[in-house]
Write a protein that binds this ligand. Structure first.
Ligand code: IPM
Ligand code: MG
Length: 382
């Protein structure tokens, strides 16, 4: 089967890491008999330099016409002084809204190979884990195309005050909740709605919608938590969480917090999903438009130096195969290959010396890490 993937390498280390993910995708394609056709698109700072706009109209159009989008990172100090609507970050917001990818899945899992990188003490971890293990595995489902990021904003005419607005419709809340329930159904069947319902009217609407939707998922336990408490619980007892569903802004903040718990932001992928497109069926399954990107930023200080960790982007490619194309075996092959690569001792600088009891770490650069994953891919079975 042939699939089209839009590549948006972006700025900084974006091109370094996207290139490695493409190598891995091609190897998976060879092994499982798929063809991935790529279209490379400009967005972010590089698009500002080339066209004057962070998200040129033809980038969005071309991205929409593909089956899925793989993005590296956007932004950098060079463009930081530009006005808000011209900053590279606008490209991200424009892609999210334009592609309609409203559910942002941000997994945060403590990998056994990187246990020592976790800043939380072992006894704190075990205390909150349902089986008393020193680990956690949670998924933040962040609403991505509404709320404070897209609400009305502005300044008063005298410039003395400014405002941003949190607006959510029942439809927006319901669809992201359902995305959370679908995820929880294939995980540990727990879903926690995180909000600020003791203060915000929009949060009270979230609870109202959740109370209506929850009974449709009787085997999933639904709980509610205020966001301030959740921020605390994440460092106090992360093992209690399975799926967290929350608004755009709260999800932005909590996902950064969760990522640092894993001790390896260079390892974390993310997926932003819209609805399955029933007019685009491949392999008997409707394709779901998705935007896939590593959680980390563009790290301009190490761009082009062959030091960036490509694993988050490679793992994002795995999510792309799973969620957009329904290619579960292929996704697992990549995930297993990454684990095997870590087991074999390969580390980029950012995750070096963090392997539990590992004496023979092989510190490698971006390209060599990509190659190590390709080698591992040949060895894994699914
Ligand atoms: C993220 C980032 C973006 C966001 C920025 C770069 C606009 O922090 O993806 O979490 O706030 O959504
Ligand atoms: Mg963020």
């Amino acid at each position: 089967m042939t699939y089209s993937i839009a590549l948006v390498p972006g700025d900084g280390i974006g091109p370094d890491v996207v290139h490695q993910a493409v190598e891995v995708l091609d190897a998976v394609g060879d092994r499982f008999g798929h063809t991935f056709n790529y279209v490379e698109l400009l967005a972010g700072g590089c698009a500002i330099d080339a066209t004057g706009e962070p998200l040129p109209a033809d980038t969005l159009e071309a991205a929409k016409s593909c089956d899925a989008v793989l993005l590296g990172a956007v932004g950098g100090p060079k463009w930081e002084t530009l006005p808000g609507h011209l900053r590279p970050e606008r490209a991200l917001l424009g892609l999210r809204a334009g592609l309609g990818v409203y559910a942002n899945l941000r997994p945060a899992r403590l990998l056994p190979q990187l246990k020592e990188a976790c800043p939380i003490k072992e006894d704190v971890l075990t205390a909150s884990h349902p089986e008393g293990k020193a680990t956690f595995d949670l998924l933040i489902v962040r609403e991505l195309t509404g709320g404070l990021y897209f609400g009305e904003r502005g300044r008063s005419s005298d410039g003395e005050s400014a405002f941003d607005t949190e607006t959510y419709s029942k439809t927006e809340i319901e669809r992201v909740l359902r995305a959370g329930y679908r995820a929880a159904a294939v995980r540990r069947k727990k879903l926690c709605v995180v909000d600020k319902a003791n203060v915000l009217e929009s949060s009270r609407l979230w609870r109202e919608v959740a109370a209506r939707v929850a009974p449709e998922y009787p085997d999933i336990e639904t709980t509610y938590m205020y966001v301030d408490n959740c921020a605390m619980q994440l460092v106090r007892a992360p093992g209690q969480f399975d799926v967290i569903v929350t608004s755009n802004l709260f999800g932005d903040i909590l996902s950064d917090e969760a990522s640092v718990l894993t001790g390896s932001i260079g390892m974390l992928p993310s997926a932003s999903l819209g609805d399955p497109d029933t007019s685009n069926v491949k392999n008997g399954k409707p394709v779901t438009m998705g935007l896939y990107e590593p959680i980390h930023g563009s790290a301009p200080d190490i761009a082009g130096q062959d030091v960036a960790n490509p694993l988050a982007t490679i793992l994002s490619a795995a999510l792309l195969l799973r969620y957009s194309f329904g290619l579960e075996k292929e996704a697992q092959a990549i995930e297993k290959a990454v684990e095997l690569t870590l087991d074999r001792g390969y580390r980029t600088k950012d995750i070096a010396s963090k392997g539990a009891g590992l004496t023979k770490e092989k510190i490698v650069g971006t390209v060599a890490m990509g190659k190590a994953v390709l080698e591992a891919l040949e060895a894994v079975s699914v």
